[in-house]
Design a protein around this ligand. Structure first.
Ligand SMILES: C[S@@+](CC[C@H](N)C(=O)[O-])C[C@H]1O[C@@H](n2cnc3c(N)ncnc32)[C@H](O)[C@@H]1O
Length: 284
């Protein structure tokens, strides 16, 4: 069966994260004007799905989450390969299947191990078997609960993840891409008016503890920076409004806004269909 991603012709990267922009890639692609001569800067890369699909020749990806960056750097150095991923998931997936769905699950053994050793393959395992593909850390480390499916790593899913690793690695090796663990301010120090910057910061007050927190003052600092550096070309992704609320923070940005309505179901019933309008703010 074709997934939404297949229909959109979007390559999905192996690391899942809340707020992933897979479905918005065609909308972003259609609305930005990036001539690909400069460098693509993506300081809030998350899964990297946007930049990976726009496939610029030169790109600088960043995130404050060191485990995301470590995973992609290891694809770049080929310390992680599709073969290594397949063997790892077959072995660890079988151990998961032998344990219950509760707190005695092998998932929690991997989670404890990851919090001590930070093995990037364990990070992948957790991201693909946790609750809803969430990335969340507290002061004690990674704390997302198990998605409660002991048989998660069936052969079809292992093949799918291995293929996602292979496609992403191919693109990394074909292009001049770097991955840096840094806050957005440091990452953008080398950006110039020839480059393009795609911004997808956390939403204030929602899903804010990806790795560090993101508060009102962080959002204001980002908006002020771009209002003061009008020479930099950017596109900012942000939610605009839903049935109940409008995002007042967007009025701080000077660029023009284009919007895209996106539907989702609560509980799978047609009468519970809700929509959210996503915005893209552009200054070029
Ligand atoms: C909304 S997610 C990005 C999702 C991504 N566009 C995707 O499609 O997968 C926001 C990301 O920003 C990162 N982040 C949070 N605060 C940051 C900061 N101050 N500087 C750089 N990255 C930050 C988080 O770790 C998270 O990965």
């Amino acid at each position: 069966m074709k997934t939404v991603e297949d229909k959109l012709h979007v390559n999905v990267p192996p690391i899942k994260i809340q707020g992933i922009k897979t479905k918005l890639v065609p909308f972003i692609k259609d609305n930005i004007s990036f001539d690909k001569n400069g460098t693509w800067f993506e300081p809030f890369m998350g899964s990297g799905v946007v930049g990976f699909n726009l496939a610029p020749r030169n790109a600088v990806f960043g995130d404050v989450n060191p485990y995301i960056i470590d995973f992609y750097n290891k694809l770049k150095t080929q310390e992680i390969t599709p073969k290594i991923v397949r063997e790892y998931l077959e072995e660890e997936g079988a151990k998961l299947a032998d344990t219950p769905a509760d707190k005695n699950s092998y998932y929690y053994t991997v989670r404890d191990r990851f919090n001590k050793t930070h093995n990037p393959l364990d990070f992948l395992f957790l991201q693909r078997s946790n609750f809803n593909g969430m990335v969340r850390f507290s002061k004690n480390g990674y704390n997302v609960p198990f998605g409660r499916k002991p048989n998660r790593f069936r052969p079809a899913l292992i093949t799918k993840i291995t293929n996602q690793v292979a496609t992403t690695q191919e693109k990394i090796l074909q292009n001049n891409w770097t991955f840096q663990c840094a806050g957005w301010q440091d990452l953008l120090k080398s950006a110039s008016d020839k480059d393009f910057i795609y911004l997808d910061p956390p939403y204030i007050g929602r899903n804010t503890d990806y790795f560090t927190s993101w508060e009102e003052n962080d959002a204001n600092e980002l908006a002020n920076f771009f209002n003061e550096h009008q020479n930099l070309h950017y596109a900012l992704s942000m939610w605009y409004k839903n049935k109940y609320r409008k995002n007042d923070h967007l009025s701080q940005w000077n660029g023009k806004m284009v919007t895209n309505e996106h539907f989702y179901f609560v509980g799978g019933h047609e009468e519970n269909r809700n929509s959210i309008i996503e915005a893209l703010i552009l200054n070029c």
